[in-house]
Design a protein around this ligand. Structure first.
Ligand SMILES: Nc1ncnc2c1ncn2[C@@H]1O[C@H](COP(=O)(O)OP(=O)(O)O)[C@@H](O)[C@H]1O
Ligand SMILES: O=c1ccn([C@@H]2O[C@H](COP(=O)(O)OP(=O)(O)O)[C@@H](O)[C@H]2O)c(=O)[nH]1
Length: 437
């Protein structure tokens, strides 16, 4: 039994897809977890139904769990895999995210020395879950580490010049790999054309967009002289050299991105909060995308019965109205955990979900609603497929985690059976004509 559960988890991560059915057109939007990309081609007929077909023959158990929309497992996936113990299942539990390989999202943050790049990056990190990689900080850390490049880097920084791309790109790549994140703010890089080309060639990544903090030299000089971080290059001689290098080498990179329509120029002479306010809209689409991705991850972990992921995504005080609660508001995770627990005993259950017409509504900075219709395919005990539709609304709230980082948690959801489509009937004479509106 345990091995079956384990197998289903492993193979599900490999093959399962969550689709989107657009209500306005017959196009299927297939989201393949393993590729992390939306395929917008019309692939309704081509959808991989193999797991569904084979699950028919292997499925022998609790249709009522599937009906509850809480637990289910694909038996086809289960037949394909190979791991064998509950310990392994526990180890794998909670790892959907790791298997979900996505293309890294990179935003370059450029601007003269002292324009406020680092200051704004810390605010973006706190609010939008990016990893901040300051190329300058990485180079300074490399000096401290006693590396073979230490002396060269130190001299280059003291001269206000630019360290060869070979070194900087390697450091950035390493830091990206070690971060465990896939959203990066790369601050103070690329500083010249050579940097830009080398990063693109080595990593194959192009930035989503590039922020340029536009600030006067007088203001930047004033800020650096007050920075007081004991940096060897924060002295008037080196500052002047850095300004010169910035104009000669870095501004052409800014221009390069402007020509490609990727530049977001920000007036950085204003105060810190004002600047941050103008950065927020740049990150809103990412927030919407992330909320949709989290919602899909939540539905997927329900489909594959991964309670560890469910617990990570939901607030402990999650409230819910759902058909299973018979009109009552249930609070906490216990009600939902029940279904995951019995799901472990019936690993051959199969279900998969598609969502259609998803809409994300941000309510201020820290709350959002995600509404959609969920189509859930499952099998009955004797292997007969059934499909149910639900209207769901999930309320997400951004809350600090144990490390103080703001993360999205599902705090409430409302799920009801989607009413079947009935043709509009004209009200009879004398009856309330508004009925049914
Ligand atoms: N908008 C701002 N107004 C006034 N001072 C600022 C502003 N932004 C940053 N600073 C201060 O200026 C100094 C340089 O900012 P920093 O973020 O380190 O710049 P950069 O990373 O671009 O070199 C820091 O001491 C910081 O506190
Ligand atoms: O990609 C980079 C980033 C930084 N530096 C060096 O590190 C110094 C400090 O850069 P940082 O971004 O830390 O500070 P800023 O000058 O933007 O305040 C620069 O003047 C360069 O000498 C570099 O050579 N390549």
């Amino acid at each position: 039994m345990a091995s079956l559960f384990t197998r289903s988890l492993r193979t599900t991560c490999r093959h399962r897809s969550l689709g989107f059915l657009s209500s306005s057109s017959p196009t299927w939007f297939n989201y393949r977890h393993c590729e992390g990309k939306f395929d917008t081609s019309n692939k309704h007929e081509e959808r991989d139904t193999s797991s569904f077909k084979s699950s028919k023959s292997a499925c022998y158990s609790t249709w009522y769990l599937a009906a509850a929309g809480i637990c289910s497992f694909s038996s086809a996936m289960l037949l394909e895999s190979s791991c064998s113990s509950l310990e392994e299942a526990d180890k794998e539990s909670g790892q959907i995210q790791q298997n979900d390989v996505r293309t890294p999202r990179v935003v370059f943050v450029l601007g003269g020395p002292g324009s406020g790049k680092g200051t704004q990056c810390s605010k973006i990190v706190k609010n939008y879950g990016f990893t901040h990689l300051s190329a300058g900080d990485l180079l300074r850390a490399e000096i401290r580490s006693g590396s073979q490049y230490g002396a060269m880097i130190q001299n280059t920084i003291k001269e206000g010049k630019i360290v060869p791309s070979e070194v900087t790109v390697k450091l950035l790549q390493k830091a990206m790999k070690e971060s465990g994140n896939d959203n990066f703010l790369i601050d103070g890089f690329p500083r010249n054309e050579e940097n830009r080309a080398a990063f693109e060639t080595v990593t194959g990544i192009e930035p989503e967009f590039v922020i340029f903090f536009d600030c006067t030299e007088e203001e930047m000089e004033r800020r650096i002289m007050n920075r007081n971080q004991g940096r060897a290059d924060d002295n008037i001689d080196t500052i002047r050299k850095r300004f010169k290098v910035f104009v000669e080498s870095s501004l052409p990179v800014v221009e390069f991105y402007k020509e490609r329509g990727k530049l977001q120029k920000i007036d950085a002479t204003r105060d810190i909060e004002d600047i941050f306010k103008s950065l927020k809209p740049l990150f809103t689409p990412f927030v919407e995308e992330d909320l949709l991705r989290l919602t899909k991850e939540l539905l997927q972990c329900i489909d594959v019965g991964d309670y560890a992921v469910y617990k990570r995504l939901c607030d402990p005080a999650l409230t819910a109205f759902e058909p299973e609660s018979h009109g009552h508001l249930v609070e906490g995770l216990a009600f939902h955990k029940f279904y995951f627990d019995i799901g472990r005993m019936f690993p051959a259950l199969s279900s998969q979900s598609q969502i259609s017409s998803p809409k994300v509504t941000l309510v201020g900075d820290d709350a959002a609603l995600v509404t959609y219709t969920r189509l859930r395919q499952s099998t009955t005990m004797d292997g007969v497929p059934s499909v149910e539709a639900f209207n769901e609304t999930r309320v997400w709230e951004r809350k600090p985690d144990s490390g103080g980082m703001l993360v999205w948690k599902n705090v409430h959801f409302h799920r009801s059976k989607s009413p079947r489509h009935r043709p509009y009937r004209k009200a009879k004479k004398g009856k309330d004509a508004r009925k049914g509106c």
